[in-house]
Design a protein around this ligand. Structure first.
Ligand SMILES: Cc1ncc(COP(=O)(O)O)c(C=O)c1O
Length: 449
């Protein structure tokens, strides 16, 4: 027998005059009832709501696709997984199984990569905050240390003198690529000669082995041309090293920053239509690097620290409707059980949100709020959405990047994270937090008992 049709109560809609955009006012809100073939309802039944869900298949596809795209344009390519984008062990290990190294920006991330069995020489140690202890560990373990500033350079010089060890180093370079504001707070500046100064000092020091050049020009970059300019500028530094010191760098690391397919708040067209494709980014980088007139076997390896473009579209949040409301303006509002504590990227992305069940045709402009008792907990300011009931579910798309590292334990605890595996089984990859977990860290002084 056919499924019973869903009852929709009659509603009177206020009509608004004014401009529609060229797509009309009814976006697609087709129900998303499963993730990689696993029903959303089953996931919630087993693991609760809200729930983070990752797709193993999509992660592997993204990484393989990106590697293929770059390798067909440039012969030597090495990816290094950007831990800060998502450092859940299960996620990191998929990237490592696919051949990626680790790119870390703190001692904590460094130690996490080491615990996952990544050798020092396969760790790229970036970031402005490296303690002397962390540097010493990295030197001993032959990690690739990307120097951010002169004070760090001096620390490394002292440490190598004290221990008589050699450090494997590169410098981070910031450069003008025509995108503003410039990210000039990290690394040494190219245009004012600071980067060349740093290279000269490194080359003078017998304990420092210069192995690469690095830049990370920004994040969610919407122009591929910026990468061509950056690659070309790093290529000119590599030429300088060859001409002046007869040194050929092993690699040029172009960092991360490729825009993912999430649409920014305020962006008119969907991201898919406005951001460059991976092919365009690859084309731009390769043409910048080919300005090097080195022999084939002298061409440096291209390292990429791509984060969001590899992981954003592999993650989802399933959330449950807590309440329906009418705001004082008459606008419809929904309160769901996932807030900005779990969806930090909701502050700058218009995440696509779909009901997880057939939800009728009564589409209305809606604001979606999270469950937190604070005014800024808004998941979507405005979305044309069908009417949902308490207990209905929604799926928030493309939540894979930064949300599991920038999430907040605020008011509520962090929920379960699961992964739908390639064989369609579902694995718990991070357990929800509970009161014991929280209280474990707290100390109540005797005087206050
Ligand atoms: C040094 C470095 N590399 C890689 C990344 C990853 O960037 P994205 O996620 O934009 O690709 C970042 C993030 O800001 C970064 O700071």
């Amino acid at each position: 027998m056919a499924d019973k049709k869903r009852y929709e109560r009659p509603v009177i809609n206020k009509h608004y005059s004014g401009l529609m955009n060229k797509f009309g006012s009814r976006p697609t809100t087709a129900p998303k009832t499963e993730i990689d073939g696993v029903p959303v309802n089953d996931l919630v039944k087993q693991f609760g709501s809200p729930l983070y869900v990752f797709s193993e298949k999509q992660i592997r596809n993204n990484q393989r696709n990106a590697l293929r795209i770059f390798k067909t344009r440039y012969p030597k390519v090495q990816f290094a997984w950007s831990y800060k984008t998502n450092y859940l062990n299960a996620i990191c290990n998929i990237f490592h199984q696919e051949g990626s190294w680790a790119e870390v920006v703190s001692e904590f991330e460094y130690d996490k990569a080491r615990k996952l069995g990544i050798k020092g020489e396969h760790i790229i140690f970036n970031g402005p905050d490296k303690s002397r202890e962390a540097l010493l560990k990295a030197i001993k373990e032959k990690a690739k240390i990307h120097i951010d500033h002169f004070d760090e350079l001096y620390d490394i010089i002292e440490l190598t003198q004290e221990t008589n060890l050699k450090a494997q180093v590169a410098i981070r370079v910031n450069l003008d690529v025509g995108v503003y504001p410039k990210w000039d707070r990290f690394g040494f500046n190219y245009e004012n000669g600071e980067a060349t100064q740093a290279l000269k000092r490194i080359m003078m020091n017998k304990n420092l082995q210069l192995i690469g050049l690095h830049t990370h020009i920004g994040t969610y970059m919407m122009t591929a041309e910026a990468y061509r300019i950056a690659a070309s500028k790093l290529a000119s530094l590599a030429r300088f090293l060859k001409d002046e010191y007869d040194t050929i760098v092993n690699y040029i690391d172009m960092g991360g920053g490729f825009a993912s397919h999430n649409t920014l708040i305020g962006q008119y067209l969907p991201a898919e239509e406005v951001v460059p494709s991976m092919e365009q980014f690859a084309e731009a980088i390769a043409s910048g690097l080919y300005e090097l007139n080195f022999k084939v076997d002298e061409m440096p390896t291209l390292i990429l620290e791509t984060g969001r473009a590899l992981i954003d579209d592999t993650g989802y949040i399933i959330s449950t409707v807590l309440a329906n409301k009418r705001l004082s303006t008459g606008r419809r509002a929904l309160v769901i059980d996932a807030g900005v504590n779990l969806l930090f990227t909701g502050f700058w992305y218009k995440h696509s949100i779909n009901p997880a069940q057939d939800s009728g045709v009564n589409i209305e402009d809606t604001t979606i709020f999270g469950p937190l008792c604070m005014n800024i907990d808004v998941i979507r300011e405005t979305i044309n959405f069908p009417s949902l009931k308490k207990g209905d579910r929604v799926v928030i798309d493309y939540t894979g990047a930064y949300n599991n590292t920038q999430w907040m334990q605020f008011i509520n605890m962090r929920p379960n994270v699961v992964m739908v595996m390639e064989d369609s089984t579902v694995e718990l990859i991070r357990k929800s937090e509970n009161l014991d977990y929280m209280l474990n860290r707290e100390i109540l002084p005797d005087k206050l008992k």
